[in-house]
Design a protein around this ligand. Structure first.
Ligand code: HEC
Ligand code: HEC
Length: 480
């Protein structure tokens, strides 16, 4: 062996020193990470946390039927709004605006603008992730559609005894309602479809709203009238010539329910298909947090680990955002600011109270699930809060201290008596306030980011290229 030259020896020494220093610096960080993993392992064990179970995506005929119905604007009175208009895959299955705009508008998401007099939905569009999961027992911000354990009927909904038989899930039951919402999909009896719609759909009367004329929006019979008229539009009537889309829908229905006669197919069957489609299509399939729960310690970073410990510990988030979907599916009040037209005559939205009329339910809203919450700003039932950081901050201090509930985005000053009631309703669970440092709040955000599905942008099977009516599919860009 040749003796080493002094330069090489020096270089080796230098390298060795550098290595020592780097390793010494890395050791505490690694130790801290391992401490975090140990602390989290205790939380995970005590709460029994597990990766979310995923239903396989099988594009069955029933899935196809549900998919077409979800994306086809023919389901709306004025043929211009589909479910997907307000639940866009490219906006995390929501629509990126504070308050949704349904019929008589153009554009999508941030670009959506009313064409005539604005008809704004009073609430923020919800996301649809994982709503087929067994822990989901109710629907809507006020839970007005819910599953009950009673011998008479499985579901409690605004349709009362008129609810179709054979509904398979609370998700299927939900689908019956946007169809009959005046500012959502139904429109008004004097509306006509826009003249420039393709495929013979332009300038047509709204026979669906006409069928419900004279019925009050609280009357269960209104839903029945709307659903019957919609079935006629979609499937046509025996003995009359059929439009192309009616032939296509008859075929889709026949394939989805091969054992049934077409004449026996009812609105409940279509709702079941829509529910089935959503349950399989909108599943968070690949989140760092689930990978961490499955044993991959490197799936989330140190900040997210600290955030998880805060979420399940000191920050008390899991008191309400519990279970596999990060919601207890119960109702609480955060005295969140109210904007927009509201739901009652006075322009207010009293949440769960609107559905039950029980005073202790005043201003309570259903705890929103948090998977993919990073994708669906703005936040809260009225969409009044734009950033996720502000949404978290809003929880931390009761309104008497923070003055929340009075930010009305340039609208008329709210009635002080109403504001006092709203503040009083603030959840007792959070009333003592939660003191978190800047760092801790950043960690909570990092944890919420670890609940985001990396695959949401790659879902070729979900958004169809066309629908039976030939009307444009509401999607932001191909596949979204
Ligand atoms: C005009 C926009 C709009 C349209 C069209 C629309 N939705 Fe929604 N969706 C919303 C809003 C807003 C909410 C929350 C409403 C509430 O709480 O009162 C919501 C709530 C939901 C929920 C409840 C989710 C949960 O966790 O409780 C589901 C499911 C849903 N929509 C599916 C559908 C389906 C299926 C259709 C088509 C039949 C549809 N939506 C049409 C805006 C819309
Ligand atoms: C007392 C029950 C409760 C606790 C505790 C709680 N939340 Fe919430 N959270 C809610 C309710 C209810 C809403 C919806 C309020 C509304 O819209 O009026 C909400 C809304 C949110 C939203 C907005 C989601 C959306 O889709 O609009 C986020 C994000 C959130 N919470 C995160 C957290 C975090 C992080 C913590 C812990 C610091 C926490 N929450 C603690 C009940 C709770």
């Amino acid at each position: 062996m040749r003796p080493r030259r002094p330069v090489t020896a020096l270089l080796c020494l230098w390298l060795w020193l550098w290595l020592c220093v780097t390793v010494a610096a890395a050791v505490p960080a690694q130790a801290a990470d391992e401490d975090l993993d140990r602390a989290l392992a205790r939380v995970i064990a005590s709460r029994g946390l597990e990766p979310l179970e995923l239903p396989p995506l099988v594009p069955s005929p029933k899935f196809r039927l549900g998919q077409m119905l979800f994306f086809d604007p023919i389901l709306s009175g004025t043929r211009d709004v589909a479910c997907a208009t307000c639940h866009l895959l490219g906006r995390g299955t929501s629509d990126a605006v504070a308050l949704s705009v349904g019929v008589d508008a153009a554009g999508l998401a941030e670009e959506r603008r009313p064409l005539g007099a604005p008809r704004v939905h009073p609430r923020n569009s919800m996301d649809l992730w994982n709503r087929g999961h067994e822990s989901v027992r109710n629907m809507f911000w006020d839970g007005r559609v819910s599953e009950i354990e009673a011998p008479v009927s499985r579901f409690r909904t605004p349709m009362g005894d008129y609810l179709p038989d054979g509904l398979e899930s609370v998700l299927a039951a939900q689908a019956l309602f946007p169809l009959a919402g005046e500012e959502e999909m139904l429109g008004l009896a004097h509306d006509r479809s826009a003249p420039d719609l393709p495929g013979g759909h332009g300038d047509r009367p709204n026979e669906i709203a006409l069928a419900a004329l004279g019925l009050d929006e609280d009357e269960p019979q209104l839903f029945v009238a709307v659903h019957d008229a919609l079935m006629r539009r979609l499937l046509g009537r025996a003995g009359t010539p059929l439009a192309d889309w009616q032939i296509a829908y008859r075929r889709l229905v026949g394939r989805a329910y091969p054992e049934r006669m077409l004449g026996d197919i009812a609105m409940g069957d279509l709702a079941n298909a829509i529910g089935h489609f959503q349950a399989l299509a909108f599943v968070t399939r690949d989140t760092p947090w689930d990978r961490y729960l499955a044993g991959d310690a490197g799936a989330i970073g140190e900040a997210a680990k600290r955030g998880a410990l805060l979420f399940y510990g000191k920050a008390r988030c899991a008191a309400c955002h519990s279970g596999p979907l990060f919601s207890d599916f119960q109702f609480h009040s955060l005295a969140a600011p109210q904007i927009g037209p509201g739901i009652d005559e006075s322009g207010d939205d009293r949440g769960r109270f609107e559905a039950t009329r029980i005073p202790r339910h005043l201003y309570q809203f259903r705890t929103p699930p948090l998977r993919n919450v990073t994708l669906t700003p703005p936040y809260f039932h009225s969409g009044a809060v734009t950033s996720l950081a502000d949404a978290i901050d809003h929880h931390l201090a009761p309104p008497a201290v923070a003055g929340a509930g009075v930010e009305t985005a340039g609208e008329e000053a709210p009635d002080p008596a109403i504001e006092a009631l709203r503040r009083e309703s603030f959840s007792p669970m959070l009333r003592r306030g939660v003191a978190l440092s800047e760092d801790e709040r950043a960690s909570l955000l990092a944890f919420l980011e670890s609940l985001e599905d990396a695959q949401t942008g790659r879902r070729p099977l979900i958004v169809p290229e066309s629908v039976p009516s030939g009307l444009p599919v509401p999607a932001l860009v191909a596949g979204n």
